[in-house]
Design a protein around this ligand. Structure first.
Ligand SMILES: Nc1ncnc2c1ncn2[C@@H]1O[C@H](COP(=O)(O)OP(=O)(O)OP(=O)(O)O)[C@@H](O)[C@H]1O
Ligand SMILES: [Mg+2]
Length: 282
């Protein structure tokens, strides 16, 4: 088995990356359960650590950083998202590799490991002047084994991946890009939709699997025009717009639930289920 690996990314903060990653991962785990079985891993690449929190999980010292630096194993740092034992939601085939503030300092450790790797590569006569290849190797060596165990790996990205960007893009198959319909204020009238798309989706150097409009209020003319522009630019990669609704914001705060679990009949759930099907059906 080799997992399908997707980043959820956008250079802007607060556009619903974590919400989309968590909801997609949960939805995919449901699809797998309904069909032939299989497992989903949700990886938090953001030191803010929102991913585990959104699912109501306490990482208790687990962090992606230990896996990346080689200080800890995948097995010791991956945790089940199932909370049925304590009366919480049942998620038997969803797992999380959480992040914590430690991920910030781990990047420094990685940088020194990279320097060693580069010197070693030069000694061995393998010229390497930009450090990209070693970082790719580190990620493949340390996170790669998860591809043999999970059917899907979803990577929740921070607004900037900086030194991890090339390696993460090499590791993943494609990106899922939530795009926030956030320019409905009159001050934004003068801005071209194109610029807004460049701000949000620019810099993504892997193929795009899906574009997910988020915070959508179709009553607003500018939002409708943004949706038109998204369709023109990304065509059938654009999934059903996720409405701006308090149900989405309430879900993680209501006992750490996804919106699918918290409000199964809400229009936001319908939109996210569309994304789940889009990804599941390949
Ligand atoms: N469709 C929506 N309607 C209303 N609120 C939403 C919607 N989607 C997300 N939110 C809320 O907006 C906030 C930001 O969402 P989220 O944390 O998913 O964004 P993010 O892109 O991961 O942010 P960051 O860049 O900080 O990682 C959260 O409080 C979330 O609950
Ligand atoms: Mg986030």
């Amino acid at each position: 088995m080799t997992a399908s690996v997707y980043t959820v990314e956008n250079r802007k903060g607060g556009v619903a990356k974590t919400t989309t990653a968590v909801t997609l991962a949960y939805g995919l785990s449901e699809r797998l359960l309904e069909n032939d079985g299989g497992r989903v891993l949700l990886v938090d690449l953001d030191p803010q650590g929102d991913t585990a929190r959104a699912l109501g999980l306490k990482p208790e010292g687990r962090c992606l950083s230990y896996v990346l630096t080689g200080e800890g194993s995948l097995r010791d740092n991956i945790m089940p998202a199932d909370r049925s034992a304590d009366g919480g939601p049942s998620r038997p085939n969803l797992f999380v590799l959480p992040a914590s503030d430690n991920l910030r300092s781990a990047k420094e450790t990685l940088l020194s490991q990279l320097t060693v790797n580069m010197v070693m590569a030069q000694i061995r006569g393998k010229g390497n002047d930009n450090g990209v290849v070693p970082m790719v190797e580190i990620l493949n060596d340390r996170l790669g084994p998860a591809k043999q165990v999970f059917d899907y790996i979803i990577l929740d990205c921070p607004p900037t991946l900086d030194m991890l960007q090339e390696a993460v893009h090499n590791f993943a198959d494609a990106a899922i890009v939530p795009v926030k319909a956030d320019f409905h204020s009159t001050s934004a009238v003068g801005r071209h939709t194109r610029n807004i798309l460049d701000d949000q989706a620019g810099g993504i150097t892997i193929s795009i699997k899906a574009v997910v409009p988020t915070f959508v209020d179709k009553r607003l003319r500018l939002t409708r025009s943004m949706l038109d522009q998204l369709q023109r630019t990304y065509g059938n990669l654009v999934t059903e717009p996720v409405p701006n609704t308090v149900r989405v914001a309430e879900a993680p705060a209501s006992g750490g639930l996804t919106v699918i679990e918290y409000a199964p009949d809400s229009p936001a759930t319908t939109a996210y289920q569309h994304l789940v099907d889009f990804v599941y059906e390949g």
